[in-house]
Design a protein around this ligand. Sequence first.
Ligand code: FO1
Length: 310
Amino acid sequence: MRVAVLIGGVGGAKLASGLMQVVAPEQLTFIVNTGDDFRHLGLKICPDLDTVMYTLAGLADPEQGWGIAEDSTAALKSLEQNYGVEPWFRLGDKDLATHLLRAQLLRRGHSLTAVTDCLVQRLGITARLLPMCDDEIPTIIKTEQHGELGFQEYFVKHRWQPIVKSIEHKGCERAAMSPAVSAALETADVILIAPSNPWLSVAPILAVPGLRTALKVADAPVVAITPIIAGAAVKGPTAKIMAELGLDVSEAALARFYGDIIDGFVNDIRNQPLCADNLRTVQLNTLMMDTKAKDDLARNTLEWIAGWAL
Ligand code: FO1
């Protein structure tokens, strides 16, 4: 069964770990948000691509969810102590190696898709990892307190505390879906939307021109998994942003957000049952606190979909 997954960073990576246990990795394609990408210290940083990549390679820091486990910070300390550079974005030394190699490959003229393929192969990952797009579509957050902020300034520097007024996907009208993303959606048997932040991680992917249409015309069922459990996000600002954008913090509001691009919705067992026309729903444990819960969510989701779609 070929499974394509639209995915953000830390929350999505947990589902990715589960899927790796229940689907042959060669059958898995992760289409990853790159709206969080930015340039820092002259390097292109792709936090969500790296979070998923390190998770699949077994290198991820289990506490933070991002970065490499047991990494050191000698470069960051030297930048601060010797050059007075504020270390607001914590790049570990091993993580820096990824950025250096990526920068070199990009400078040679390779696309982000090709560069990601190269990094993934060298790490021995057999699943496919695709950036949502080869063009840059930075997510810009318009805030009440600071005006427009780049994504990482909002998320890391200001610890997602500013009140969000609106979210822009800068330059999306000039971007194009990559042939690899288009092929992955066309050939998938199942398309999942990971329990990543719908506004910060999934909306940038949906902003890639043609991608919404590709989901609507796909032969495969498209199923989203809720990131909201009992009126709150497991981690991060999903619920806070929903409230700031004037939405109910509910699974019904999430289903409305995805609208006609989804055929199914995996709701959590702790949530109210969801009734919506033309939408199949199921209630599963979506709280992925340990390895078993990750594997169970992946397996139960795919078994449920197989029962009505395959
Ligand atoms: N998140 C933080 O909260 N603080 C950091 O200093 C930080 C550094 C960092 C470095 C590399 C990387 O790949 C990710 C990093 N993240 C950090 C996580 C990250 O920026 C966010 O979790 C995502 O962009 C949101 O999905």
